[in-house]
Ligand binder design. Structure first.
Ligand code: PRX
Length: 574
């Protein structure tokens, strides 16, 4: 099953033939589940749409035929850039059905982030929505894409999904409406499914690393299928009659694994909501839990903390008795938020599955199962078959309650296979500190019961509202502004977001500092990278602490901002 002859390029289920979409759709559409709801969706404005397994397969087939007719072939990359709408799910499945590699770019990213991902993946086709609703406003996705496309050359066709109906620019010969293509004779109801090798790529998903540009994490049809199916089945104990809601965004790994693939593989009914948790009022989520009878709710600590601020009255106005299990993901959950989630939302009877994992792991790695005794703030122990450890600098396991580097010691099915087009970086980033051991980039400790407590990232990755951002990307967005010579970004603790982004900027000579410039720089980062990357503060400085080799010492900035003494300054230049 496991081929470890070319470590760390592990292979799983070598020679096995499959297509993950067959097990997501066809398997159910041809059995007693054909009329079962695969996907239920509510829009921010309150519209409802749903798809049975039969209908979701049909829509996927029709769109897969459209993509084929545009010349998309096995192995080609297709970028998707939308809000949380069903077409995003259909688009991902349609790509996978014909063996194309999907690359979803989160709808909260903007021009330069999209451009970089289009260019690096060399995508032939971009599927984009005209816009997205966010708190009653419209995010003009198509016009952001138009600007990104001016910088990216590989894209031949742009398929536009009408969501808002606002006027958009359609470039003739390149841009086509999704709804017009989907009714053409080429969009037949049946579509031959591409037979894939277990190790053929399924998707790439860009994520932030320690340095430089975001990297494309590559996942495959076979291993990703086995990993997401099994973990969802055992951790959330999904049953046929359940209504399951993962409130993440399909644009991040949580959505790939546990909105799209994991639930469909399990033949489950998955619910997706387009908008923000507190729009128009802070009871929006609880209203939907009641309305749709949600049994399992999976979200991030930042959302819980955000909702907690509005008090208990909002959830208490609703009947939440359908809930059976709760989940948490994305960052450490502070015990206070855990207890509120458990008491106010779960009424003290729903266990909380605090799942630790990463874009790279593809599936839950440290997680309770419903039968396991819980401690607020700990993900308990590794999932069966997952072998993890916590090591000190010398690579020795640490003693109980001592902090160290969280590592994975044996390969697992849904693991990252490589960084797309950059196998050296894959080896260097994950497998070099301790040969043969995967470095997660997190630090953790283990208590006397063997329970893991994840502390946070030890590299230059920030988790802001559960989103993973690289300090390097924020810095390069700042430096792309004509007034900026150099910039450094750090994360500082924040009550709701987990981390807030603080930045230090050296201006070019002759440029005057001003509050107006601060606003302009913040807006520039939002325009280039996305509103999620907008710095909370910008401080103008004359110099930055650097090592003798010229690397910015962010930990020195961080220590100073927190009023602490920076440790070990031996490498500081001055
Ligand atoms: O630092 C850990 C944190 O999120 C990182 C992975 O981020 P990303 O690839 O965006 O995937 C997030 C969703 C799987 C990890 O290195 N993290 C994720 N889940 C937890 C967590 N930290 C503590 N507890 C968790 N449950």
């Amino acid at each position: 099953m496991l081929d470890d002859s070319n470590k760390p390029f592990f292979k799983w289920f070598v020679g096995g033939k499959t297509n993950i979409v067959y097990n997501c759709l066809d398997r159910h559409a041809e059995t007693s589940r054909r009329n079962k709801l695969a996907l239920m969706w509510e829009g921010e404005k309150g519209e409802f749409r749903s798809f049975s397994y039969f209908a979701l397969r049909r829509e996927t087939c029709r769109f897969a035929n459209v993509l084929r007719s545009l010349g998309v072939q096995k192995g080609d990359r297709v970028t998707l850039y939308m809000g949380r709408i069903p077409e995003l799910v259909i688009g991902m499945l349609a790509c996978a059905r014909i063996g194309a590699i999907h690359s979803v770019v989160y709808g909260g990213f903007t021009v330069e982030a999209l451009h970089e991902r289009l260019e690096d993946s060399h995508s032939k086709v971009l599927i984009v929505a005209d816009g997205a609703y966010q708190r009653g406003k419209i995010v003009p996705l198509k016009s952001i894409a138009d600007e990104a496309l001016q910088r990216a050359a590989s894209v031949e066709s742009v398929l536009v999904v009408k969501r808002t109906g606002e006027p958009v620019n359609m470039e003739s010969g390149r841009d086509m409406w999704y709804h017009e293509l989907m009714v053409l004779p080429i969009a037949g109801n049946a579509c031959h499914i591409e037979q894939m090798d277990a190790e053929d790529p399924l998707f790439i998903l860009y994520t932030s690393g320690t340095t430089g540009k975001p990297k494309a994490i590559l996942h495959t049809h076979g291993g990703f299928m086995v990993g997401t199916y099994t973990t969802l089945k055992y951790v959330f104990d999904i049953h046929d009659e359940d209504r399951y809601w993962c409130a993440a965004d399909p644009g991040w790994i949580t959505g790939h694994s546990y909105i799209v693939y994991g639930p469909l593989l399990n033949g489950a009914t998955s619910f997706m909501y387009e908008g923000a948790p507190t729009y128009p009022y802070p009871n929006r989520w609880w209203q939907m839990v009641e309305k749709y009878g949600i049994n399992i709710l999976y979200t991030a600590p930042t959302a819980i903390r955000g909702l907690m601020r509005y008090g208990e009255n909002w959830p208490n106005r609703h009947d939440l008795s359908s809930l059976r299990l709760l989940g948490s993901v994305g960052e450490p959950i502070n015990p206070e938020a855990w207890k509120w989630y458990h008491r106010v939302i779960g009424k003290g009877r729903c266990p909380i599955m605090d799942t630790w994992w990463q874009t790279e792991t593809g599936m839950f790695m440290i997680t309770p199962m419903p039968c396991v005794a819980l401690k607020p703030g700990s993900g308990t122990r590794p999932f069966p078959g997952v072998v993890m450890d916590i090591l000190n600098e010398e690579g020795k396991p640490v003693a109980a309650n001592e902090e160290g580097f969280l590592v994975i010691k044996e390969p697992w099915p849904a693991m990252i296979r490589t960084i797309y087009k950059d196998p050296e970086r894959y080896v260097q980033q994950y497998w070099t500190k301790y040969p043969g051991v995967y470095m997660t980039g997190d630090s953790a400790r283990r208590d006397e019961d063997g329970y893991y407590w994840v502390i946070g990232r030890v590299d230059d990755v920030l988790k802001v509202s559960g989103y993973r951002l690289g300090t390097a990307e924020i810095e390069s967005a700042l430096v792309s502004h004509p007034a900026v010579a150099e910039a450094a970004a750090i994360g500082l603790p924040h009550d709701v977001k987990g981390n807030a982004i603080h930045t230090y900027v050296i201006l070019k000579t002759g440029i005057e500092k001003s509050d107006k410039l601060v606003d302009e720089l913040r807006a520039h980062v939002a325009h280039e990278m996305g509103p999620i990357a907008k710095p909370d503060s910008i401080v103008f400085v004359e110099s930055l602490p650097k090592t003798r080799s010229g690397k910015i010492m962010r930990r020195v900035l961080k220590a100073r901002a927190l009023g602490q003494e920076p440790k070990d300054l031996s490498t500081l230049e001055e």
